[in-house]
Design a protein around this ligand. Structure first.
Ligand code: HSE
Length: 435
């Protein structure tokens, strides 16, 4: 008879509910596939009323976390609480008691990963976290195992489903930012605190994890330049479209010389870019490695079932290990032989989309071009739009590669000019294939 592996699940939010349901419904199929019986022994949530539609078997549910952490029969704890505390305490305590841990908690891994990885080592247990990045895409497994022989030079991801959904709906359905955000919440894509999504922090957490796995580099989330999508307007989406670009919420980790650029921000992508057709809630991660070349991983990046798919994949891996009596076959991450310094953001070079709001009179364009030239910023193209308001026009420019520090200085001069009527919008452009 197949060995029984007992699971304790903490957190019955969107993902937890999906995982509990899938574990109950797929118990038989999983047993056939992995050769061990994965049994949901206990489910804990602080809300005393578990969702009724879940139909948990009697006696499974508890609000008392100790019934999971102190149950010697539970071998695997699945943490789906989210956020750093109290989740961190649960995870460390579970490991201290010799339990393997599966988590989807990107904030916890990104901010407290070091302590978690050390604890997993010390207590000789497995720590799996496939659902922390990319929803249902098996990108963690790909980086930890499939691409182990590669030196990566680029990871570019669309890793926040909510932001991608909002920008897609703003472009395709002409929804306002807030209408699109409401829809994303309704579908269960957004975090409990959606500013994590729209201000880029969720993507920064995920990028810290990808950078650790892909480059072996521990990057503090505070050191990742992070900009969200809340300042992207309908006008910029439309103007970018007219110029042959779309705007995507990107997470970029890229080796440039001996340095590593790590940044999260919306960017223009040419419509021929591999990531340009990743729309709606879909995520994608583009990776370039020395042996394998370019790879693109694509799939649903948020939502209950895609995340459940990844959590169950981790549970299957751990269950196989437990059944074989092994642990730590796959370490949380592999240290890299290379040491890359973090490139300061002001040294990063990209092309820029700029939208100036100026008075429509002779000489204005020349003044702006003059300031850009003084800061070594070369203009690639200029588009002046028809007047909308009396005497005020938008002027849209695309620059050649320019240094971040130069762009900031030039724009602060330009925005101080009397002919410039609103703060200039500047959005970076990501080159084809991340070059
Ligand atoms: N809020 C996240 C997103 C969910 O929108 O991508 C998956 O981590």
């Amino acid at each position: 008879m197949a060995q029984r592996i007992n699971i304790g699940l903490i957190g019955l939010g969107t993902v937890g509910t999906g995982v509990a349901r899938a574990l109950l419904e797929k118990a038989h199929a999983l047993e056939q596939r992995i050769g061990a019986r994965v049994v949901l022994k206990r489910v804990c949530d602080r809300n005393p009323r578990p969702p009724r539609h879940l139909r948990l078997p009697a006696g499974l549910f508890t609000t008392d976390i100790r019934k999971i952490l102190r149950d010697p029969e539970i071998q695997v704890v699945v943490e789906l609480v989210g956020g750093v505390q109290p989740a961190k305490g649960f995870v460390i305590e579970a490991m201290r008691r010799g339990k393997h841990v599966v988590t989807a908690n990107k904030a916890l891994l990104a901010e407290e990963g070091k302590e978690l990885f050390t604890a997993a080592d010390r207590y000789g247990v497995d720590l799996y976290f496939e659902a922390s990045v990319g929803g249902g895409i098996p990108i963690i497994k790909a980086l930890r195992e499939g691409l182990i022989a590669n030196e990566l030079n680029t990871i570019i991801g669309i890793v926040n489903g909510t932001s991608n959904y909002i920008l897609t709906q703003m472009r395709d359905e002409r929804l306002s930012f807030h209408e699109a955000l409401l829809e994303a919440k309704h579908h269960g894509y957004a975090e409990r605190n959606p500013s994590l999504d729209i201000e880029g922090h969720d993507a920064a957490h995920k990028l810290a994890i990808l950078t650790l796995l892909g480059f072996g580099a521990r990057v503090h989330v505070e050191d990742i330049h992070t900009e969200g999508i809340s300042r992207i307007s309908q006008a910029d989406i439309q103007y970018a479209g007219e110029m042959g670009y779309c705007i995507k919420p990107l997470a970029v980790a890229k080796q440039v010389g001996h340095e590593l650029e790590v940044r999260v921000h919306p960017a223009l992508l040419s419509t021929s870019h591999l990531l340009a057709n990743v729309n709606g809630v879909y995520n994608a991660v583009y990776v370039h490695g020395d042996l394998v070349g370019a790879q693109l991983f694509y799939g649903r990046g948020a939502g209950q079932n895609p995340a459940a798919s990844s959590v169950l994949s981790d549970i299957a891996d751990v269950a196989r290990n437990v059944a074989l009596g092994i642990a730590k076959r796959v370490p949380a991450y592999c240290p890299a032989p290379r040491r890359l310094r973090l490139r300061r953001m002001d040294r990063v070079e990209t092309r820029y989309y700029m939208r100036f709001t100026v008075i429509d009179k002779p000489g204005v364009l020349a003044k702006i071009a003059g300031v850009l030239g003084r800061f070594r910023i070369s203009i690639a193209s200029v588009h002046q739009k028809e007047r909308k308001t009396a005497r005020i026009v938008p002027v849209v420019m695309m620059t050649h590669e320019a240094r971040e520090a130069d762009v900031r200085r030039a724009l602060s001069v330009i925005d101080g000019m009397g002919v410039v009527k609103s703060k200039t919008v500047a959005i970076r452009t990501e080159a084809p294939r991340g070059k």
